[in-house]
Design a protein around this ligand. Sequence first.
Ligand code: NAD
Ligand SMILES: O=C(O)C1=N[C@H](C(=O)O)CCC1
Length: 270
Amino acid sequence: MEQPGIVVTGVSGRMGQMLARLVLGSDQARLVGAVERTGSDWIGKDLGQAMGGAANGVIVTDDAVSAIAQAQAIIDFTTPAATVGFAELAAQARAVHVIGTTGLSEDDLAAISRAARHAPIVRAGNMSLGVNLLVGLTRKVAATLGEDWDIEIVEAHHRHKVDAPSGTALMLGEAAAQGRNDALENLRTPARDGITGPRAEGSIGFAAIRGGDVVGEHDVIFCGQGERIVLRHLASDRAIFARGALRAALWGQDKGPGEYDMMDVLGLTS
Ligand SMILES: NC(=O)c1ccc[n+]([C@@H]2O[C@H](COP(=O)([O-])OP(=O)(O)OC[C@H]3O[C@@H](n4cnc5c(N)ncnc54)[C@H](O)[C@@H]3O)[C@@H](O)[C@H]2O)c1
Ligand SMILES: O=C(O)C1=N[C@H](C(=O)O)CCC1
């Protein structure tokens, strides 16, 4: 059986290049398209040469419609506006859409849900095995500890990251809220500034650090009386996200239309 053909979007980006190299080196999938935004100086170039290596015959294109039409999967770590457009194209192609993009609005998520009526979408703010294990641990610890334990989530990322808090931090916050039989939207306290008044009881606080080349660090801190518990994930190589994304693209090949996440892909659903 022929290996699934994968299109990587945002191919000149930090994740895009990591994903292209992973798929090109895989014996389970074929790279059949490399898409970048119109105006990118990678358009029309050979991908291998653009990434600083030997030519590989894959030409970078901004014609997402043609590229996606013949794909079995799209791996998409770009921007919210781009991802919404790719979701529509993936749906038309009945191709698996793996969405790593974060910072999606409620409207963006609604558009993605509509697209998921026609094709499988695997979306996760963090596609690493470690973080998805931490999500389960966070839910369990939040469920075990009482409301008198204050939950704070602190994350750090590189200087180029444009959204905050991270998608990972929001995943962890949602898991903590679920552990308390609630939803994050009811408990979330954004980054604090000014005279904030005392901490709202039962809230989940967030803080974000940006600087340097930090790949991704997350602490879920349970603050008690006389003690604290810290659940921590430290990422040092973007390859962990790329491996999760490729695994999701392959996992989705025999799935029906719908919205899935990495807990489904990794078999971690409780
Ligand atoms: N889910 C995860 O595991 C995970 C891991 C890492 C990063 N991310 C997320 O992935 C996204 C990208 O991160 P990054 O560090 O690679 O960013 P980046 O800025 O390095 O790469 C984004 C790429 O998308 C391209 N792009 C933008 N609009 C486009 C369009 N319309 N068509 C094609 N390409 C387009 C940009 O030109 C750029 O090359 C961010 O939202 C980040 O939070 C998620
Ligand atoms: O580098 C980024 O940007 C990352 N984004 C994801 C997030 O927003 O959580 C995953 C970690 C790296």
